[in-house]
Design a protein around this ligand. Sequence first.
Ligand SMILES: Cc1cc2nc3c(=O)[nH]c(=O)nc-3n(C[C@H](O)[C@H](O)[C@H](O)COP(=O)(O)OP(=O)(O)OC[C@H]3O[C@@H](n4cnc5c(N)ncnc54)[C@H](O)[C@@H]3O)c2cc1C
Length: 476
Amino acid sequence: MKKDLILIICIGLYVTIFAYSLHNPTNSSSNQYMTDVSKLMPVKVERIVKGSEIESIRQALREAEEKDLKVSIAGKRHSMGGHTYYHDSVVIDMTGFNDILDFDKKKKTIKVQSGATWEDIQQYINPYGLAVQVMQSQNIFTVGGSISVNAHGRDIRKGSLISTVRSFRLLTADGRILNVNRDENRELFYLALGGYGLFGVILDVELQLTEDELYEMRTETLDYKDYSAYFKTEVQGNPDAQLHLARISTAPDSLLTEMYVTDYMHANGTLSDHNTLKKEQLTGITKFALGVARDFDWGKNSFWSLQKEYFEQVDGDLITRNNAMRGESKFLEYEAENDTDVLQEYFVPVDGFADYIDDLRDVLSEEDLNLLNITVRYVNHEEGPVLSYSDEELFALVLLINQGLSEQEQKKTERIVRKMVDVTLDHGGSYYLPYMSYPTREQLHRAYPRADEFFSKKLEYDPEERFTNFFYEEYK
Ligand SMILES: Cc1cc2nc3c(=O)[nH]c(=O)nc-3n(C[C@H](O)[C@H](O)[C@H](O)COP(=O)(O)OP(=O)(O)OC[C@H]3O[C@@H](n4cnc5c(N)ncnc54)[C@H](O)[C@@H]3O)c2cc1C
């Protein structure tokens, strides 16, 4: 009898807790370890709150204020320096806040909740013959995370992501929801875009879209010394060229000398014959080749040959803009106990490319860095975010590096990264901030001359420093 009573109480308690959890709008979990895609800095956070509606996000902010806790904001966590979390903070995970709110085919605009990914948007707009103007080389990221780093991609005509943002709503540290655009709350527009989640939660965003188009892929192999001239005459100087991507060899046999380029040229043809959205096709083989490249020099040589062969094969193929911008990303997913892959990205003036590469090669020849790949893209002069990485025309070099997880290995990569950043800065360049915070404060200030203004405006809008992350702590 007593046993039955205990059982009934237990079931009652379980049902009550279960029912409460279903109705609990904050849908949160406590005392969890959290990290980002780099896996280099796991820390304990107070709570991860899944933001599924505006009220639950607001409530999480209010509760954090009451308990004097810091708040961090996370999208797909593909930034790599603790930009999405902080020890003992409340992390608002935006990935469930991903509805399409409005779409105007005529005006070519779309309004989405900030946890929507580019994939969500592409799936929605592709049937209407429309495409995203600017996004990364892959479509896996959230819109909120992408505009908070002011991402850039393959389109050489359209600038960085900020140029395509019409407006957004921002939940600020004091709990207000503001409309932010180039007229209303203009200052916040240029702070929160490229603002690394430090000025509030971007709730929803209105983006300008463009036509989906048909391109013919044109590939070419060249020497790095010819790349700037090739780009200026054959790509920038040719109105048919719209997207562009290059790779420079990291294989020991041709280190930083051989390149191949892929241009996407406007083509005639019927869009509907090509516009089924493609699934990733090359995961197995590329994942295997990259795996071998991590461990062996001959693997790096084969990986380079394989990439070149593949791109030579696609020369002349037709592809839609939406498909060209989706990219392959699954082959980059890497799980290992002792090591991980990280990215670095350096920006250098177009004309100084060859000289820069010579100096970068000198650093790499002296050091033992497990460099797997370098992609090169073009970044246009961009319209004024305070933390701006480009006030002139630049090439952007994305370095994929394999490194150990141990403290010693991290120190080693940090030292080499600082050398590479110095070379980049000495060539009038800059570097991208969503990756590991290896560069020094001095380097950040050299690369971002308005950094002081950025951090003092942060304190003006958020004096309690409610919105915090490890990137902010490192550089504020
Ligand atoms: C494999 C790989 C490929 C990449 N390719 C490119 C590329 O081609 N071009 C490029 O420019 N970058 C590239 N990046 C970098 C990428 O653009 C950034 O890491 C971007 O932030 C990823 O989006 P996310 O959803 O993962 O954002 P997260 O990493 O989750 O967040 C990034 C920042 O935005 C803030 N944030 C997120 N959501 C919100 C919100 N709703 N409101 C306010 N703040 C918010 C976070 O606090 C954080 O500071 C790449 C990264 C990886 C790992």
